[in-house]
Design a protein around this ligand. Structure first.
Ligand SMILES: C[S@@+](CC[C@H](N)C(=O)[O-])C[C@H]1O[C@@H](n2cnc3c(N)ncnc32)[C@H](O)[C@@H]1O
Length: 335
């Protein structure tokens, strides 16, 4: 068996039969194979799941194939990556940062702390009060400034930084008197040691691929924190990529189910009116703990906020009442 890729929408039963070993090798029962082969490539009964599986754009598949549970293309028979590119084209935002995009930034700037995003922010005031966090805050990965403005509304003086200039342009447009800056990855050189009481990062770590980069970034964040300062890191939970939510959809990406820490996972943000696929990197709780252990920051609390009936904000929740879409890590720099 040569390298093969799986394309397409695999129903959960097919995925169950893919339960493979640690090397990501899955064995599919041939009974789970349906439909004609693609481009003359044989449908295989055993597949090696490798690399990034591009998200499927069903509309671009040959007419005969939409009923397929999956298609496995054996590379020995001439199905090439260019075949995949032809199929997938530009439906995916497979760039280093999906937010370096004018349309995406424009759409993002119009979305407030609504729908499932409410759960990323709901508990923050309580965390500020529990740990006595006040003063100067850096919003690392501020995007179009939604999280920065939230901090300011809660009494902090704020600076927002982001690697995506497109997002920063929109943040300044919405808040011309705010301090927003474009930075290079991991580079907080504009700020002296110990500048901030709090560094918040609401969701940028989902786009940082490797442990090395996460560690480097957290060390730089720690440098600009005061001794005794607080780091709050809000990240998509691993379950985020497996369910349907008010604000996001993952049902077109069954391959998320077999992703391991560091693998690309895909999601569509429903609130934006921009249904291009966002590619994140899965990072499990265990991986986060290992990452934090290599920095001067000590984990003091982890929260996984669920929507509650007593919440002042309500909407027609999907999985938000049973599964937490976010993990909130509270870390401290030693005194
Ligand atoms: C999902 S958005 C969230 C924006 C904002 N924090 C909010 O809650 O609305 C994630 C942001 O993180 C930024 N980002 C990703 N990697 C980054 C990095 N290494 N350094 C700084 N910002 C980063 C992206 O450009 C994007 O604007």
């Amino acid at each position: 068996m040569k390298d093969s890729v799986i394309l397409g929408t695999m129903a959960p039963p097919s995925l169950a039969s893919l339960a493979g070993d640690d090397a990501g090798i899955g064995r599919l029962r041939s009974s789970t194979c349906h439909g004609p082969p693609l481009d003359g490539a044989p449908v295989s009964a055993a597949v090696r799941v490798h690399g990034i599986i591009p998200p499927l754009d069903l509309a671009r598949l040959p007419k005969a194939t939409p009923a397929l549970d999956f298609i496995s293309i054996d590379s020995e028979h001439g199905a090439t990556n260019s075949t995949l590119d032809d199929l997938y084209g530009s439906s995916s935002m497979n760039q280093r940062d999906p937010y370096r995009d004018v349309e995406r930034a424009d759409a993002y700037s119009k979305v407030g702390i609504i729908n499932s995003y409410y759960l990323a922010y709901r508990d923050l005031p309580q965390i500020f009060s529990t740990y006595g966090v006040t003063g100067a805050a850096l919003d690392f990965g501020c995007g179009t400034g939604r999280s920065t403005r939230f901090l300011r509304e809660h009494g902090f003086s704020t600076v927002g930084v982001d690697i995506a200039e497109e997002m920063i342009v929109k943040a300044i447009e919405a808040d011309p008197h705010g301090d927003y800056r474009t930075i290079d990855e991991c580079d907080l050189g504009a700020f002296p040691n110990g500048s901030f009481d709090l560094v918040l990062s609401s969701m940028p770590f989902d786009s940082i691929p490797t442990k090395e980069e996460k560690v480097r970034t957290l060390r730089e964040i720690s440098r600009v924190l005061k001794h005794g300062g607080t780091k709050i890191l809000i990240a998509a939970s691993p379950e985020f990529y497996l369910h349907e939510w008010v604000s996001w959809s993952t049902k077109s990406f069954p391959e998320n189910r077999i992703a391991r820490s560091g693998d690309v996972v895909r999601v569509v943000i429903k609130d934006l009116g921009d249904d291009r696929v966002v590619e994140d990197y899965l990072w499990t709780d265990e991986s986060y703990r290992e990452t934090f252990a290599e920095t001067p920051l000590r984990l003091v609390e982890t929260r996984r906020p669920l929507a509650q009936p007593e919440d002042p904000y309500q909407c027609e929740w999907l999985n938000e009442t049973a599964v937490a879409p976010f993990s909130i890590y509270v870390l401290k720099k030693a005194q």
